[in-house]
Design a protein around this ligand. Structure first.
Ligand SMILES: [Zn+2]
Length: 384
């Protein structure tokens, strides 16, 4: 094998931009890329350039009418009320020029990652611009236009005849991917997220187990607001190992949104960088045990683009490659971005201790999450 891991990247992936003020900001991908380069953790021979996905590939998941609408919207040719039927032109998912092309690059990047892994040219591949898990077959939702993860899964099924385990640790429920494969027993979805009680998209309860032949292949672990590292990781680690043992996948695709971090402005969880070193470590181990190492990782949510995303996504790549950066962040990266950053940039890879005040409900939240985990894994625990 030529490469253990490949990093899919090109500036074409940065064109997915709603506006200057929208919380979804792909500058974060560039920030992570540069942090890795400046830290000496990413070599040129590990970088592969993506291709653009074709319309046929996008239509593995999305309806033709929707793809046509996205293209027209990006050309300024779609009327407002028709656009809204497709979830386009909303506050969450505004229309922007050439949105079809920008989204096709992201899908192509995740498919590039898939091909490198499934053709055996690399064990692991990372597509940081991907992970747009809220996109539906015929509708944009929650900052997501085309669902690159769903397309990648269907592509792996058709081209490589693979049984795919999708693991989503974004703070928001991975609804688009879950619903796309809800009745499919060859795709298993696992999402660990903040409960939908107060958070978009509101779904992801333990009772969403799949339908028809796919019943029992959809798993959700909705954790309470203010969940901290230990409890989040307990839910993630136990559910991932047990679901992998139950499903025995050929390949794992992970959605590595990093918006569960305490600093994230859109969610209410309280995890730190510790969680973002552990998540990839365990994913890698599970892929090694069940899938011959085959693991494709994508990005996802992450709205503190200065203090959280660059470090968390750099860790993802580093752990994938057996590296463990610690201590001082690269000086030249800090110098380059300090004046642009909206917050003082963290000086170290680790979060300082005490970034938030301890809360009295911690034990109660941990017990509640444990009970949720127990219920969401009940179907596989009782049969083993
Ligand atoms: Zn999210």
């Amino acid at each position: 094998m030529k490469n253990d891991s490949v990093f899919v990247y090109s500036p074409d992936l940065l064109g997915y931009k709603f506006s200057d003020t929208h919380p979804f900001n792909q500058l974060r991908v560039q920030l992570a890329y540069e942090l890795l380069k400046d830290s000496g953790c990413l070599n040129d021979d590990q970088i592969v350039t993506p291709r653009k996905a074709t319309d046929d590939e996008i239509m593995l998941i999305h309806d033709k009418g929707y793809v046509d609408a996205v293209r027209k919207a990006g050309e300024g040719q779609l009327k407002g009320e028709i656009a809204l039927n497709y979830g386009l032109g909303t506050e969450d998912t505004p229309i922007f020029p050439n949105m079809h092309e920008a989204s096709s690059w992201i899908v192509g990047a995740t498919l590039t990652a898939v091909d490198w892994v499934m053709e055996g040219k690399a064990k692991h591949a990372l597509s940081l611009s991907g992970g747009l898990h809220h996109g539906f077959r015929g509708k944009a939702s929650g900052f997501c236009i085309y669902n690159d993860s769903s397309i990648a899964i269907e592509y792996m099924k058709q081209k490589y005849n693979a049984r795919v385990l999708y693991v989503d640790t974004d703070a928001h429920h991975g609804d688009g991917v879950q619903w796309a494969f809800y009745d499919d027993p060859d795709v298993c979805t696992l999402s660990i997220h903040e409960t939908g009680r107060y958070l978009f998209p509101g779904t992801g309860s333990i009772h969403e187990k799949g339908a028809g032949k796919g019943y029992g292949f959809s798993f959700n672990v909705p954790v309470d607001a203010f969940t901290e590292d230990e409890s989040f990781l307990e839910c993630y680690e136990k559910s991932l190992w047990e679901v992998a043992e139950f499903f025995k996948p050929d390949v794992i695709i992970t959605q590595n949104g990093v918006d569960a971090h305490y600093y994230d402005p859109l969610t209410h969880l309280s995890v730190t960088m510790k969680t973002y070193t552990e998540i990839p470590r365990i994913a890698k181990e599970v892929a090694e045990k069940y899938c011959g190492g085959r693991w494709i990782a994508t990005g996802g949510g992450g709205y503190d683009i200065w203090r959280v995303v660059p470090r968390a996504w750099s860790y993802l790549w580093c752990v994938m490659n057996g590296l463990a950066p610690s201590g001082q962040i690269a000086e030249n990266w800090l110098e380059r971005w300090t004046n642009e950053a909206k917050h003082p940039l963290p000086q170290t890879w680790e979060d300082e201790s005490g970034i938030y005040k301890p809360i009295p409900r911690k034990d109660e939240i941990t017990s509640k999450n444990r009970a949720t985990l127990e219920k969401s894994l009940y179907s596989i625990r009782k049969s083993s």
